[in-house]
Design a protein around this ligand. Structure first.
Ligand SMILES: [Zn+2]
Length: 78
């Protein structure tokens, strides 16, 4: 399975490009293809925290906001 990237409606605070969200098998990468800076999070962990089982919805917006604040606060390896 090749990773696929999804552009998100947020700009890189460092270079102004659209940020992207990339999934691989077990992780989600969020960052900028221009700066080659990404924050990485475990998919299982995100699903556990952001799925609303009662309503069967997945809170993508919450995930993106969390990853963005992590990304914007500086380069940090998770
Ligand atoms: Zn950038």
């Amino acid at each position: 399975m090749s990773p696929r990237g999804v552009k998100v409606a947020m700009k890189c605070p460092f270079c102004g490009r659209a940020l992207e969200l990339v999934e691989d098998g077990e992780r989600v990468w969020f960052g900028c293809a221009g700066c080659l800076r990404y924050v990485v999070a475990s998919k299982c962990e995100l699903v556990r925290r952001y799925i609303n089982r009662k309503r069967r919805v997945f809170n993508w917006r919450g995930i993106v906001l969390e990853l963005y604040s992590l990304y914007a606060s500086g380069w940090r390896q998770l």
